[in-house]
Design a protein around this ligand. Structure first.
Ligand SMILES: *Cc1c(COP(=O)(O)O)cnc(C)c1O
Length: 348
């Protein structure tokens, strides 16, 4: 079985990270800060933010049930996705395996980092075939990308199949849970602190961009072992999460009651939309979903997409994606937005 050191690029394992003024000073109460070449004027924006976002991590820790030391925060989940490549995958040598279809950033980041990307199709009903993914791995496979609930299909992957991969694969297994707050099944986040009987090094991704209604502030989370978090912290930009984002995230987290209500409302609206779509003549199939969107197979995705654009309504055309021919991905909006979409489709 490969150790974390063997999974890590040697230059990253041996990296001496940049040490910022804020890193070097911690502890003793101080009131004169002449260490970081900041301007003493223009409070509160003149000071560098906390590079490790400790206050925000403590809040997240109590909400997510993951210790603060097992949390990495980034400029969206996209930063954590990129860090997986930069920390573990040697360009032009290592490869990663991923389910298909799934979130496009895993492949884009592989291309940017010159890492071979091996997509493995889900079954026709979008369920996960663990054995097929494992068969695509070789000695240079450093990571496997899973996404549950999956984008753009909407379904959750079966715990039993994910478990098979965690048990058999001695590399990084990323489970992207961007939509977990809309799902009925719980997060797998506890496996990062109590990994029972598994060969894999798990990394769970979550985000404030979806259920938490904060896509604009760019805050993504990775939950992993303290060792993996340590590698991410070494490689990230020193001040990767700005002060405004940290403050706004704390405010949002302090009002989780509102978020619970949004989730309830959107999930109700989702059920309404599924029923309405099943009655639409243009709709051939609505796929089961655990996310805040539905994937629907229609008679002619391109034509309907163009028609909706004419009416000022934008959905996502997924017709050219693996297994998604003539499929549109439709985000659940407000009741009025959803009504407008349905009205437009009834007169197509
Ligand atoms: C929307 C989405 C994200 C969110 O990315 P951010 O960079 O945090 O906004 C991550 N993963 C998946 C699968 C998504 O659909």
């Amino acid at each position: 079985m490969r150790t974390l050191q063997q999974l890590t690029r040697p230059n990253i394992w041996n990296l001496a990270p940049y040490s910022s003024a804020r890193n070097e000073y911690s502890g003793h109460a101080a009131h004169v800060f002449l260490d970081a070449n900041e301007n003493p004027y223009n409070e509160p924006y003149n000071r560098y933010p906390d590079p490790l976002q400790l206050e925000l991590k403590e809040r997240l820790s109590s909400i997510k049930g993951v210790p603060a030391n097992n949390i990495f925060l980034g400029n969206g989940s996209d930063e954590a996705i990129d860090l997986v490549y930069r920390c573990f995958c040697e360009p032009a040598k290592d490869n990663v395996v991923a389910i298909a279809p799934t979130y496009g950033m895993y492949e884009v980041c592989a291309d940017i980092n010159n890492v071979e990307y091996r997509p493995v199709p889900l079954r026709d009903d979008f369920t996960l075939d663990a054995d097929k993914l494992l068969a695509a791995c070789d000695a240079n496979t450093k990571a496997i990308w899973l996404c549950s609930p999956n984008n753009p299909t909407g379904n959750s992957l079966a715990d039993s199949e994910i478990g098979k991969i965690l048990k058999a694969f001695d590399g990084i297994v990323v489970i992207d849970e961007a939509y977990i707050d809309f799902a009925s099944q719980p997060s797998l986040s506890s496996i990062v602190t109590s990994p029972r009987d598994i060969a894999a090094t798990p990394i769970i991704l979550q985000t404030m961009s979806k259920a938490w209604g904060s896509a604009a502030i760019r805050l993504g989370m990775a939950f992993a072992s303290e060792e993996v978090i340590g590698l991410f912290n070494k490689v990230k930009y020193p001040y990767n999460v700005n002060q405004l984002t940290q403050q706004q995230a704390i405010q949002r987290l302090n009002d989780s009651y509102t978020v619970e209500n949004w989730i309830k409302l959107l999930n109700q609206e989702r059920e309404r939309m599924i029923e309405a779509f099943q009655l639409l003549p243009i709709c051939k199939k609505v796929y089961p979903t655990d996310a805040n969107f539905i994937l629907v197979k229609v008679v002619d995705a391109q034509k309907i997409y163009d028609y909706l654009v004419e009416k000022g309504i934008i959905v996502r055309n997924r017709t050219r994606i693996t297994l998604c021919q003539d499929c549109l991905r439709i985000t659940i909006g407000t009741r009025d937005e959803n009504k407008e979409l349905l009205a437009a489709l009834r007169t197509f």
